[in-house]
Every structure is written in C-alpha cells, then in structure tokens.
Design a protein around this ligand. Structure first.
Ligand SMILES: [Mn+2]
Length: 359
C-alpha cells in the first residue's frame, strides 16, 4: 500500500502540503480541484499546476478524490451524454498527466451525512456522529443548512452550496429514480468511460454510500458486497473498482469488512481506513482509528488488505478534532496524522510477521 493523505488544495484546506510531508511514511496526497463544479471539464493547466505544487513539496498525487458526477448522469437526464463527454475529457487530461486513480460516488443529491459534526466525547475531543432518530426529524430541504452551519466555515466535500441551493429541483429530477434505475444509470456511465480508462490505465474507484442505506427516500446502491459484485459483473473491466471505505461500509454492522476485502481482490483501487463505534441501531460515532476505541478490528482490516496484495493508495479517514485544532470537520491534521502512523505501524508489523513466518 502507499500511505496517503487527503488534501483539498491551497486555499481550500487548513493544512499545508508541507505539513503533510512531515507525517512519517507519507508517500503522497489524494487531492482534487475543489472549486470546479461537477460537470465541468477540468482545465489542463490547473491539473499541471497542482501536480507541480505537490511534487515541489516532495510528494506525489496518488489519486483524485473526487471527480464528482453531475446529477444529470446519476438521474439519467436527456443531457447526460454531454456531461459524460465532459467527464471523459477530464479523465483524458488526468491520464495524460500520469494520474491513475479516480474516486467518485454515485449518491443522489446528498453526499455523506452526519447528524452531528462536533459531538463532544469524555476526553474533550469531538467526533462526527450519526443518529437516525435525529436525521428523521430533519427536513431534507434544510439539511444543507444544518451541515453547513457546523462546518467551521469550510465547504464540506460533496456539499457544494451552488448545487444545493437548488435542492427542490434536485429532488424533482430524482423523483422517478429508484435503486434499479440508479444502477442502470451507473452502468451506462461506466460503460461509456471504460475505453478511456483502459487507454490511460485509470482505475475508477467508487466510494460507498455513507451511511450505507437510503436517506430521505432517495435510493442508495453502493452499500454492500452483493451490489458491488453485481456492478463489477455488469461492467467487467479491471478499471471498474471500488474505494474500500471501512467507515462507510461498516456503518451497517452486517457488512463484514475483512470478508468484503477478500471477496473484492483485484477491484480495490483505493482504501479509506477508519474506525467507528456502534451506539445502537443506525447510531454510531466516528471514533479514533485505534481498534480499542471503536467497533472495528483495524488489524484484521489491514491484514485482509495485505493478504490480497493491495498496492494502491491507502489513507486515514475522518479524524476527531483534538488539541484545540479548528479545521474542516473530520479533516483536521492531528488526529488523521495519528491515524496514518497507526495504520502504517500495523502494516509494518503485518509485513514483518509474514516475512518471519516464511523464513
Ligand atoms: Mn471514505
């Protein structure tokens, strides 16, 4: 695996590329052009500029998170082909700059959702938290305000204010899109982009829906092994893969993460590794990465990734807010850096134990 760190780019992130470089073992960043709206073609000079900025700091771009999908593609609107063409142009430009992992998601209207972006814990840290009972009491037309007002002044990934200003229209375009239709639209999109991905060696890595069940009556399909396997059968190219996000998939305790990792060997192109603590039915906190702080066994997860020969980028995911840091919720420096070195420590131990056993 290649240890990496999500970075939103200069001007969009409270963290600098130089700070990321000082985290031991860090090989590169996962970044994006944060200000380009979904559907637009990425300017080649902007791609070259961010690549140069990252490389000048002694790191590499190990993947893009995300090139977001325009709602016309997800909802299957008549103008989707134009947006797919734009997406292909962006992929060609990324590919020509040597970028070969692209993360995206296929969630209608909303990206990841939490009911609390700063829930206090006993130790004085705060965490992202989800409670279905609270979500059920929120008017979906107002969820943007709820998330935005708690974001410490940062634009949250996937929560573009320009797009969500049209929330009513967004709901309308998905009004006849059920899970089956959404799946068909996803297959249509992937089939259209696969020749370009194969030409440039770009591995598409769909991010699981977070949480892994339908929200506000909108379908969610990237939620379990069954649906992922169906997607990989429908578009059977090695470039069609997944971002194995442990926290998103494990929001549903029925998802056995090490088993899913082993079953998806060859299709995992990117890994987000974080822990969470179950508090009840559809209720959880995003704990620290450490196994004993949450409900997931991080050793078993890293061991499964090691056993399938995972060689892609791997990053810590949402961190707690600790030591007084004021950053984008989930994306401060301190706790994610702790997560990164912890995951790297597990990886070193697993690698060396394996060598010992085979000596
Ligand atoms: Mn994730």
């Amino acid at each position: 695996m290649k240890l990496s760190f999500r970075w939103f780019g200069t001007g969009h992130d409270s963290i600098t590329i130089e700070q990321i470089r000082q985290i031991p073992g860090m090989k590169g960043v996962i970044t994006t052009l944060y200000d380009i709206p979904p559907g637009d073609v990425w300017p080649i000079e902007r791609i070259r500029a961010i690549k140069e900025e990252v490389e000048n700091a002694g790191l590499k771009i190990l993947g893009i998170e995300s090139v977001n999908i325009h709602d016309a593609i997800k909802a299957g609107l008549p103008d989707r082909d134009m947006y797919i063409e734009n997406y292909i142009r962006t992929l060609e430009r990324l590919g020509s700059c040597g970028i070969d992992v692209v993360c995206y998601n296929f969630m209608p209207v909303f990206d990841w959702i939490r009911s609390d972006l700063a829930k206090p814990r006993d130790d004085g840290s705060t965490v992202l938290s989800y409670d279905q009972d609270i979500i059920d009491r929120i008017d979906p037309m107002k969820i943007f305000k709820t998330m935005d007002s708690a974001s410490n002044g940062f634009v949250l990934p996937g929560w573009e204010p320009e797009r969500l200003a049209h929330i009513k229209e967004l709901f309308e375009i998905y009004s006849d899109v059920d899970a089956e239709k959404l799946f068909e639209n996803m297959v249509y999109f992937l089939k259209a982009i696969m020749p370009t991905c194969e030409k440039y060696g770009i591995k598409m890595a769909v991010h699981p829906d977070d949480p892994a069940w339908p929200i506000f009556g909108l379908p969610r399909i990237i939620i379990n092994l069954e649906n992922l396997s169906r997607l990989f059968e429908a578009v059977d190219s090695p470039c069609n893969g997944v971002t194995l996000c442990t926290g998103s998939l494990a929001s549903n305790p029925d998802n056995d993460i090490p088993a899913i990792i082993r079953a998806l060997k060859g299709r995992i192109h990117f890994a987000h590794v974080r822990n969470l603590k179950y508090l009840g039915h559809r209720k959880f906190d995003e704990s620290a990465h450490l196994s004993e702080d949450g409900s997931l066994d991080m050793f078993e997860i890293m061991k499964a990734l090691y056993d399938i020969g995972f060689e892609g980028p791997l990053r810590p995911d949402h961190g707690r807010a600790i030591w007084g840091e004021k950053g984008m919720p989930g994306y401060g420096l301190f706790d994610r850096a702790l997560g990164a070195v912890y995951l790297n420590g597990l990886w070193e131990a697993i690698t060396k134990m394996d060598r010992l056993e085979h000596r």
